[in-house]
Ligand binder design. Structure first.
Ligand code: KIV
Length: 275
């Protein structure tokens, strides 16, 4: 069981209300994914506003091709590791595929498990009108919900491709309606993934709640990236929207090669490194 300190006075915690204020003041919101204790400690210490325990853990941690295989137990495991490290950031946890769609009672019991067993602060669900019953029921229990529209990776087998969504007018109109619906239901924010920048800007201007973009341009209220992508740990994934802030794969590979060389040559450990 995690030790959760929601009212710690040491750091001013980021709350859903604070995010709302940030949007009103025009302060941008910085969000990154995190899946484990050490990385979450670094992210929180660096001052990130939101840590998303994304089901992208399926890809970057478990090596799966899609996010579909993630289970609630997997998500709770990652989320509880993150929560233990965090003193300031808001922790959002992805509800994995199959734990909320088409059954609002199941959605509620899944969300309650996430909150009770991980100590996280909120959940995220993919979809609009199709999942609104689940969103409303989870919110009715006092669990903060973040929406996710545009490219929703849990539906990859329906889309058949990870290409940009809502280029066509019909899909763009539905996306705007869904954003309004999620706001009316009481969601505290929405992630918009891989949609035209103009459409994302329109959504951010239409709703009062923060809109966090990934591949959705600069006219939204904040940005999110997958931590392994922005740090350059993943190399094969290179979409246009991704800015790499480091080449950790290169740095880590060199460090490991140097270690191997030192072990093989008996250079490590030296006298100072022995007891
Ligand atoms: O799972 C995830 O990392 C996400 C982001 C891409 C927004 O949902």
């Amino acid at each position: 069981m995690s030790v959760h300190k929601p009212f710690s006075t040491q750091f001013k915690r980021i709350t859903t209300h604070r995010l709302f204020e940030m949007k009103q003041k025009g302060e941008k919101i910085a969000m990154l994914t995190g899946y484990d204790y050490s990385m979450a400690q670094m992210l929180d210490g660096a001052g990130i506003d939101i840590i998303l325990v994304g089901d992208s853990a399926s890809n970057v941690m478990a090596g799966n091709e899609t996010t579909v295989p993630m289970s609630l137990d997997h998500m709770i495991y990652h989320a509880s590791s993150v929560v233990k490290a965090v003193q300031r950031a808001l922790v959002v946890v992805d509800m994995p595929f199959g734990t909320y769609q088409g059954n609002s009672r199941k959605a509620l019991s899944s969300a309650i498990r996430v909150m009770k067993e991980s100590g996280a602060h909120s959940v995220k669900m993919e979809g609009g009108s199709e999942i609104i019953d689940s969103v409303e029921r989870v919110l009715s229990a006092g669990v903060p919900v973040m929406g996710h529209l545009g490219l929703t990776p849990q539906s990859i087998y329906k889309f058949g491709t990870y290409t940009v969504r809502a280029r066509e007018e019909e899909e763009a109109e539905k996306l705007i309606e869904d954003a309004i619906l999620l706001e009316k239901a009481g969601c505290f924010g929405i992630v918009l993934e891989k949609i035209p920048a103009k459409l994302a800007t329109k959504v951010a201007q239409t709703v009062q709640i923060p809109i966090i973009g990934i591949g959705a341009g600069n006219g939204v209220d904040g940005q999110v990236l997958v931590i392994h992508d922005m740090l350059g740990i993943t190399k094969a994934f290179s979409p246009r929207f991704l800015r790499r802030y480091a080449d950790l794969d290169g740095i880590m590979t060199e460090a490991v090669q140097n270690y191997i060389q030192d072990v093989k040559s008996s250079d490590f450990p030296n006298e100072d490194e022995c007891y």
